[in-house]
Write a protein that binds this ligand. Structure first.
Ligand code: NAD
Length: 690
């Protein structure tokens, strides 16, 4: 008896239950059980048909990704689906919770699909570096038409049952009694309704071209997006069995390609990151009203994120003028969204109606969580906490959005320092997914649990960091930017470094980023830390010299680059001359760099710093490093993150390169233990074992 499936009977209809907790992942045992059950239905003359249905919370959340990095064991999913199609009796899928990936392909192999209203369906394979490999690219377009199938498959979108009904993907939405309705549905069916037998809905070629171009753009032209489009188009040109075989072949190749390993690694890292043993017994508070103090760049973005998540927001400022500027930023966001047709006016109005913008600090008492995003100055933040805390009930949490300040020094002025945590958002805070949840020495487990729950409620990805300068992300960023500055002195130019890193897949190179944020921000930080700098450490004066020339980046029309009126960047001979002079000043003979050498050095500097963070306990999970760099710093997700990169390298060679890095960096360079990355989950198998 296979415990992953079981058959019940309701008179002449069989109910085939999928039971693989917690999410009914489609594993080998599930496939074996389904195949046996379908054969039983086919051979039992007392049965007229069957219902596939999930036990527990859902139908099937997707295939078991643990199987995807290895040879797949038989029976594979297409064989199960073939058995459904060849069974002479109707088999329908009764969906609840989620039917995603292979789970949804299984449903598409059935003769009909019914679902409860809250069900989501979709084919997210592309987001994991693959394409659907069990007929999704052939059966879905027979229901939706080619353009919509391209859009859904290439975006990996999850759609809710009512929309799926409108698109013809499912046949009925059920209010209650999924099981009973499904059994009745089978009894009313008039024979088989295999999707493979349907003709494609007719469509103009221009619609297909538009959908393909759009999907490629949104999917950053990744190989699996191109492959998905090609596979869907095969539905127009090949007999279905040939198209299914070709789809399967592409799927098999892509699931073992490096990109799929990288994306699976991030998937597992995200799952592991959410498991916090240290707070597993701590109860999270449910926050329904949040107060945000400071309506500048970050405060208005955080307020916006909370409004969009359905929370009530009290936004506080020190002056009416600053408050109005912040509120205007929020309003502008909604005006733009409505203007572009991405949001209805009534939704915008209702979200805005939950905003209370005020300079009356007594209103803060309504909040369950206060987030400060005021100036980055310890005294200002301490003063603020002293002023605010007496206005708050005992349980209310206080979060700082500080980037670099010592959270413990902020918490020290509190009467309830256990309620103080860091919630480090990234700019623009409403759009960026990462939030570093910072634990100080006083922070209580319940406070961390609540911070995580709050960030998730905002649709963000919370990652735990212990209190330390720059937490995880900014520490790593500073280390790699420093190496980029060294490379300027040694022979590279900003445009080459940026192009090399953008070629690797970074959203933006570090010098373009510096120009965008403003060179004065880093200058102020260097000034603030000048006293603590090791006088022997290698120091690059180029950024200071640019600031002295008032080249502060985009906002002054020039920084590392010169900017035209459309804010497009151009190389500037004046900067080249300044950099070459800097090399001469230090007696450095400039050497050419290959793009690969630039990328390798940057990645090595990131992993070296990450190893130090792990050794210092700022983070305890290797995978969290990758989540931070991918979700907060534009590291290309299809490369898996710096730790994942390190796990692919030869350790001895990496250590040799680390020696070289230590030498060229000079005093102050600390070597991290690079072996820390070599036990990463889901490391690629070699071609031989695949
Ligand atoms: P900002 O200068 O745009 O906004 C700060 C706002 O705080 C101003 O509107 C100011 O009027 C207000 N303010 C200052 N003191 C106040 C007080 N005592 N009471 C009420 N309001 C007060 O700054 P920002 O870029 O939004 O940064 C805010 C915080 O977020 C800083 O700690 C910064 O380090 C951090 N942060 C910034 C970024 C970023 O990219 N800008 C990213 C992450 C974190």
């Amino acid at each position: 008896m296979n415990p992953s499936t079981r058959i019940e009977r309701d008179g002449d209809v069989a109910l085939i239950y999928i039971n693989n907790p917690p999410v009914n992942a489609g594993s080998l045992a599930v496939r074996q059980g389904l195949l046996a059950a379908i054969n039983e239905v086919a051979g039992d003359p007392t049965l007229i048909g069957a219902v596939l249905i999930g036990d527990g919370r859902m139908f099937i959340a997707g295939s078991d990704l643990n199987e995807f990095g290895k040879p797949l064991e038989d029976p594979q999913l297409p064989v199960v689906i073939e058995a459904i199609e060849q069974c002479p009796k109707p088999i329908i899928a009764a969906l609840h919770g989620a039917a995603l990936g292979g789970g949804f392909e299984l449903a598409l192999g059935c003769d009909a699909r019914i679902a409860v209203e809250k069900t989501v369906v979709g084919l997210p394979e592309v987001t994991l570096g693959m394409i659907p490999g069990a007929g999704g690219t052939q059966r879905l377009p027979r229901l939706t038409g080619i353009p919509k199938a391209i859009q859904l498959i290439c975006s990996g979108a999850r759609i809710k049952a009512p929309e799926a009904l409108d698109l013809g993907i499912i046949d009925a939405v059920v209010d209650s009694d999924l099981r009973g309705t499904a059994v009745a549905f089978v009894r009313h069916m008039n024979g088989k309704r295999r999707l493979r037998d349907l003709a494609l809905p007719p469509v103009e070629q221009s619609c297909i071209d538009t959908a393909s171009a759009h999907a490629l753009r949104l999917g950053r032209n990744r190989p699996q997006v191109r492959a998905a489009i090609e596979a869907v188009l095969m539905a127009t040109s090949l007999p279905i069995d040939q198209a299914l075989a070709a789809e399967r072949q592409t799927f098999q190749a892509l699931r073992l390609a490096p990109e799929a390993f990288a994306l699976r690694h991030l998937f597992f890292a995200e799952r592991d990151s959410a498991r916090l043993p240290e707070v597993s017994t701590a109860a999270a508070q449910t926050i329904s009203t949040v107060a945000v103090i400071g309506a500048g760049t970050m405060g208005s973005g955080i307020a916006l994120a909370a409004l969009q998540a359905g929370l009530d927001v009290v936004l506080l400022e020190q002056s009416e003028q600053a408050l109005e500027a912040g509120v205007q930023r929020i309003r502008d966001f909604y005006t733009q969204r409505v203007g572009k047709g991405r949001m209805g006016q009534s939704r915008a109005d209702s979200e805005l109606a939950r905003l209370t913008a005020t300079t009356d600090w007594t209103l803060i008492g309504k909040a369950g969580l206060v987030i400060e995003a005021v100036f980055e100055d310890l005294k200002v933040k301490q003063e603020l906490l002293r002023r605010v805390e007496p206005l708050l009930a005992e349980h209310v949490l206080f979060a700082s959005n500080t980037s670099y300040l010592d959270l413990d020094a902020i918490a020290e002025v509190a009467r309830r320092p256990q309620n103080v945590l860091g919630l480090h958002f990234f700019s623009p805070a409403n759009a960026m997914r990462l939030v570093e949840v910072v634990r100080g020495m006083y922070t209580a487990p319940e406070t961390i649990a609540s911070g995580f729950a709050f960030a998730r409620r905002l649709g963000k990805l919370p990652v735990l960091a212990n209190n330390a300068f720059g937490f995880i992300g900014n520490r790593i960023y500073a280390a790699y930017r420093q190496q980029c500055e060294y490379m300027l002195e040694e022979g590279a130019l900003p445009a080459q470094i940026d192009a090399a890193l953008e070629g690797f897949g970074f959203a933006m190179g570090p010098f373009a980023v510096a120009d965008m944020s403003g060179l004065d921000i880093a200058l102020r930080m260097r000034q603030a830390r000048a006293d603590s700098r090791d006088p022997r450490a290698r120091y690059v004066a180029i950024p200071d010299q640019l600031c002295a020339l008032q080249r502060l980046g985009r906002k002054t029309g020039a920084g590392y680059y010169r900017y035209d009126e459309q804010l497009r960047r151009h190389e500037d001979p004046a900067v080249t001359a300044l950099i070459e002079q800097a090399s001469r000043d230090k007696g450095i003979e400039r050497q050419p760099f290959t793009d690969q050498a630039i990328v390798d050095r940057v990645l090595l500097s990131m992993v070296n710093e990450a190893a130090l963070l792990l050794a210092e306990g700022v983070t305890t999970r290797v995978g969290d490093v990758d989540l931070v760099m991918v979700n907060g710093f534009g590291f290309p997700k299809w490369q898996g993150g710096p730790a994942f990169w390190a796990a692919q390298q030869d350790l001895a060679e990496l250590r040799q390169r680390q020696e070289a890095l230590a030498k060229v960096t000079g005093p102050g360079f600390v070597k991290g233990d690079l072996a820390l990355f070599h036990h990463l989950h889901n490391r690629p198998v070699t071609a031989a074992t695949a």
